[in-house]
Write a protein that binds this ligand. Structure first.
Ligand SMILES: O=C(O)CCC(=O)C(=O)O
Ligand SMILES: [Fe+2]
Length: 264
């Protein structure tokens, strides 16, 4: 059994999600109460906070792998990483592939997402054939402002899509592996209600938004801890423009449902 298998299997789905998971089996024309609530929030704010969608053991295992990776990445004399990691020494962001060499297996993060209620949101917007582009998904370590350390992964206000990026109709799941609150720098989002939001998150939560929503690394001067996260980008395969096809031809684009415990 690949490492990580039991992490998804154990106590999954948690009691509070059982309704949502059962509704998975229903016809696609019937929307679960989970999806309806998420869509209502996204329509009002431009993003939805998906609470308790991932099992804690899986996210804890991913955080440990992320910590192990960054322990090596922070060594000035570390050996070059394999190209498949897509590691950028400038901002210290890396691809999900790196995680599997530092403690997880078989894209545990993607398996966790594919088997979770979050996949309902992805399927609702992008269809059952939704794909995840590893080239466009990144893991990050965000250092606290207080630490005085450089904060290379700090990202200013931006949209993930746009004419320069070369894709459109992307959905993003922003998955933290730590809590996000006054102690850990999270994400700040420009809500459709005109307000800036910095949602407090627990392990197991995610933010769901599309490539038009303005967001940035949260301004969180009180933070004392590092935050680890992945921004995972999803597309409708038919929507990926040819310019991106050239790029993804070199890197895997993964069919999300093939990673689900129960394929849809
Ligand atoms: O995780 C963060 O702080 C921001 C990452 C982000 O939004 C991006 O790189 O697109
Ligand atoms: Fe972003």
């Amino acid at each position: 059994m690949p490492a990580g298998e039991s992490l998804l299997g154990s106590a999954w789905p948690p009691a509070k999600l059982k309704g949502g998971m059962q509704l998975f089996a229903k016809k696609s024309s019937e929307q679960s109460s989970f999806l309806l609530a998420a869509e209502r929030e996204k329509a009002a704010l431009g993003f939805a906070v998906l609470r308790g969608v991932f099992p804690t053991p899986a996210i804890d295992a991913i955080r440990k792998a992320a910590e192990a990776f960054y322990t090596v990445a922070e060594r000035p004399d570390h050996a070059p990483f394999p190209r498949a990691y897509l590691y950028n020494p400038g901002n210290m962001a890396t691809g999900m592939t790196a995680l599997d060499d530092f403690g997880t297996a078989d894209y545990l993060l993607l398996r966790t997402i594919a088997s979770s209620p979050a996949s309902e949101c992805l399927r609702h917007h992008l269809g059952d054939d939704v794909v995840c582009s590893l080239t466009h998904s990144r893991m990050r370590k965000s250092y606290p402002q207080k630490s005085g350390q450089p904060r290379p992964s700090t990202v200013a206000w931006h949209q993930d899509g746009g004419p320069d990026v070369g894709y459109y109709q992307a959905c993003i799941l922003w998955v933290p592996f730590t809590p996000c609150n006054d102690d850990y720098p999270g994400l700040e989002l420009q809500g459709r209600d005109g307000k800036v939001h910095r949602p407090p998150l627990d392990v197991g939560d995610a933010l769901f938004f599309d490539d038009k929503l303005l967001h940035r690394t949260a301004d969180c001067p009180t933070a004392t801890h590092c935050r680890y996260s992945c921004d995972v980008r999803f597309f409708r395969s038919a929507d990926i423009p040819s310019r991106v096809h050239q790029k993804i031809a070199q890197e895997p684009v993964l069919v999300v449902r093939s990673f689900a415990e129960r394929s849809w």
